[in-house]
Design a protein around this ligand. Sequence first.
Ligand SMILES: Cc1ncc(COP(=O)(O)O)c(C=O)c1O
Length: 412
Amino acid sequence: METLDPRGAGENRLVMILRKQFLEHIGQTSPSPMMVEVDRAEGVFFYTPEGKRYFDLVAGVSVSNVGHGNRAVVEAVQRQASDYMHIMVYGELVERPQVEYARRITELLPEGIDCLYFVNSGAEAVEVALKLAKRYTGRTELISMRRAYHGSTHGAMSMMGAPEGEEWKAEFRPLLPDVKSIRFNSLEDLQQITTRTAGVLCEVVQGEAGVRLPNPEWLRALRARCTEVGALLIFDEIQTGMGRTGEMFASVKYGIVPDVVCLAKAFGGGMPLGGVAANRNILNSFTHNPCLGHITTFGGHPVCCAAGLAALNYLVDNKIVESVEAKGAKFEALVSQHAKVLEIRRSGLLIAVELGRAEYLYRLMEIFKEEGIMSDWFLYCDTAFRISPPLTISDAEIEECCAIIHRALDRL
Ligand SMILES: Cc1ncc(COP(=O)(O)O)c(C=O)c1O
């Protein structure tokens, strides 16, 4: 078997061996992985071992909001790792990083949401929210939106709206029963939310649908309908939270108070962390009938909470969120000048650049790779590419990046 022992192996040969072992030993999710090796990352860039620089326009799918290698986060991780790491399953011991982070984040969430349950990921946050809705209301029906993405576990996958989600769901049935989907932004479809409904799960801005913005009137009507029939309104802020849309949370941007908020991605400051926030009366449902209604070994890991809290403080102290709208507008103004760009859909620095043709996208990803840009298309939209960089990106970096995007679009 070939090893990665560097002695006697040339640099190129080492890269080849690593790629081969990547394909042999790492479980793959697609037949054509990008296969770019990462050596280090800093700010809005990551670098290969050969020193090639990539503009990171994905940011780990809206994870690295405070930039790669953020010193405040790295130091918080180092400090907490040396104080203590994992001691006991979530919820038994009083751990300062969890308590401080929960207090701080609930101060920034819409009023009345004062309590947080920590988990490990976005999909797990969604699982918890769905269970909470059933347990709290005593009902079973769950409603999601068409073209929604909420994660890949059985429960979260069940909530990928039909019929579009069918492409992913079909081979994994049976999934959760009593689930239906309605059209995002359809006032008419809100009538399908009834007194049978336990919870309605909704991204405030639909990310994987290709950045689809909510009609504010529809959001208000959705809130009103859930209140009217006693269903919990669950906002999935996993991608939109932590400043991505130009406010700390998209629910705040649109002035809607949901019953439950799911958090993950940038919530961990680059470490794996998720959370479900709600009023204490709702979240306390897990303490009885049965007790231990949802438990997790690693949820709220102290190092992840320390990282998330440091990232949040960095965003606030440096007024990063306040700069997001202007940065998004700058991207929009510069990229939209290219003749191949048909439309830009955007909320803050969550941006879809619509080219209207899937063939363009497949070719563009190859060109981007050559030109040193990391982008992606969207799960339900392969005609648009993604711009969701770290929120710390500077004006000069936006200008340089847009010049490269223009050059790449010229080559199509
Ligand atoms: C809106 C939304 N919800 C949930 C998830 C799932 O999060 P995770 O991959 O951490 O399970 C994602 C991931 O892309 C997402 O974009």
